[in-house]
Structures are given as C-alpha cells and as structure tokens.
Design a binder for this molecule. Structure first.
Ligand code: SF4
Ligand code: ZN
Length: 310
C-alpha cells in the first residue's frame, strides 16, 4: 500500500479513515489532526499556558512533542509515584521524561509524592481504606490532586493529558456498563475549569493507541514500554480487550462509539438527566482545593489517615 500524499511505501494504514501514509507524511498528519481537534473542541489558544502531565509513556511524551512542535506554551509535569515493583517502573519513566525534556529544551516540573507527603503510592494504598490492596484508586486521587495543585500554584490555564481513543472508549464502556450518569456526562475532550479547578483537556482522544505508538516510533521518541505493574488485571484492561474484539470484527467501532457519544451529548440526547458538576463545592480546609463535602478533600483525608493510622 502506498502513501496517499506522495506514493512512497506507507508505514501505516488507518482502515477507519481509509488512509495510508508514509513515515514523513504520518509525522505531519498527526500534528495537523491534533491542531484540528484542539480548535474543534476549543481546548486552548496559543496565549494560554499548558501543563502536560507526562508519565514517560508513548502517549504523554508524544503529546508534549506535538504541542511543542505546534508552537504552544507547553510545560511538563512528572509525578513520581514510587512504584517500583520489580522493574523500577517509576525510576525508568522519570529518567526517560527528564531526557526528553532536556533534549527538547522544555520545562519540566517533577513532584515526588513520597518526598512531598512522606509515603509512596503503594504505601498509601496499603494504609488507606480506598486502596483495598489495589493502588489505582489512591493513585488516581493523588494524580488529580497534584496536577491541579501545580497548575494552580504556577498559574497554568489548562491541564493536558495523553489519553488516547482506546483509553477514552474503555472508560466510556465501563461507565456505560454501570450507567454511572455523572461520570458519563463529565467525560469528553474538555472538562471545563471551575473556581480552583483547572480546565482539563485530552488532545489525543481521537487517535487509536496503535496510531500513537506508530507516531512515537516514527518520531524516534524513547518511551517506557512497560505498563505500570498495577495495571495488570485492572477493569480498564478488561474493557480494552473487549473493545479490541469488537474492533477486530468491525474496524472503526471504537471511534464510532466515542464520536457518537460526543454527538449525543452535544445534542442533549443522552438518557441521563442529572447534570454533572452542579454539586456545591467548598474549599478544603487544608489545601484549599474545591471539594464536595465541607472540611477536608479526599486527598487530604487520605494523607491524614496515613499519618495517623488507627
Ligand atoms: Fe497508578 Fe494504577 Fe495507573 Fe499504576 S495502573 S499508574 S497505580 S492508576
Ligand atoms: Zn485538600
């Protein structure tokens, strides 16, 4: 199969778009499409300061690469989670992130959860009732809290994450299986900011995971191949596998599932009546970030509990 733009040998064929491209034109196409999505969904402008959450994986490093190439003011944030189950996952992901930042002359914030709060994510998960032996709930909570804290403290307008279509379709699928209306309504390429909470955007949400892998490889980005050891056996992997089966049988299924959802949401055609984000928010008494219950936010409650286990 040949590239649609130049007739050289194609390196990728995207059946859902009926489009094949060579490496050179693929490296142009991905940033062009990203720019299109940024504008279409009103994610941010070139005057705004963007904080990109970077994990050392292919998606977040590619996102940072693309935004920098497109001329956006994008700094990185790496969160050290202290996850070292056998493969030194956190250490290696930090090394690759720092290497990328210095090679591209980009500004990177590094926050180490253990240094900041005295305990790593696996330790917090063991102590906290939220963990139930699996650190993902604690990890997600800590990541959201810290990303928002750094965005607020350093005056960023928007937080960008590298979630791809496979991630978004899996989350939507999981929430739909359980019909959690609030979560479903809140999902999308842009989560508007509120007082004290930075706007969150996902510029890669329409690219398949394999497309992002192809981009990172064609661009020569060195990224961590290993998944976090705690991802194994998670709900989201189960949902991704189920969607992969549908995708194999009907190429384009994931994209149609996600885009049809966005369209239905946009047209007010979802069967969920409660609107998201309308509950009253109060500032946390400790960190000042908005929280739904008066008193401490869930993150600060978790840290207090870790400091004073009963
Ligand atoms: Fe955190 Fe779980 Fe993701 Fe690992 S798999 S980085 S523990 S949320
Ligand atoms: Zn708090």
């Amino acid at each position: 199969m040949n590239c649609r733009r130049c007739d050289q040998k194609a390196v990728i064929h995207m059946r859902q778009h009926k489009l094949a491209l060579c490496a050179e034109h693929y490296l142009e196409w991905i940033p062009e499409q990203t720019e299109r999505f940024i504008k279409k969904y009103g994610m941010f402008t070139r005057d705004e300061k963007i904080l990109v959450a970077v994990s050392g994986g292919k998606d977040s490093l590619s996102l940072w690469d693309i935004l920098a190439r497109l001329g956006y003011q994008a700094d990185g944030l790496y969160l050290g989670l202290g996850i070292d189950a056998g493969i030194s996952y956190s250490h290696e992901s930090q090394r690759l992130t720092e290497k990328f930042a210095s090679e591209h002359n980009l500004k990177l914030h590094v926050v180490d959860i253990e240094k900041e709060y005295g305990k790593s994510i696996p330790v917090l998960a063991d102590i906290s009732y939220r963990g139930h032996g699996r650190p993902c709930a604690v990890c997600g909570l800590a990541k959201r809290h810290e990303m928002n804290r750094i965005a607020r403290d350093f005056g960023y307008d928007v937080l960008a994450t590298g979630h791809n279509l496979d991630d978004e379709a899996a989350v939507l699928f999981g929430n739909t299986l359980k019909w959690v209306g609030d979560y479903i309504l809140r999902q999308g390429p842009v989560l508007p900011g509120t007082d004290g909470l930075a706007r969150k955007v996902k510029p890669l949400c329409r690219f398949y995971e394999r497309e992002m892998t192809a981009y990172a490889i064609a661009r020569g980005i060195e990224y961590i191949y290993e998944e976090c050891p705690f991802a194994d056996g998670s709900q989201s992997i189960f949902h991704k596998e189920a969607l992969n089966q549908l995708e194999t049988a009907r190429p384009g299924t994931k994209l149609i599932f996600y885009l049809s959802f966005l369209e239905a949401k946009n047209n007010g055609n979802l069967f969920v009546e409660k609107s998201a984000g309308q509950s009253q928010l109060h500032p946390c008494l400790k960190c000042g970030q908005p929280t739904s219950a008066p008193g401490l936010c869930s993150f600060c409650r978790m840290i207090e509990k870790a400091e004073n286990p009963t």
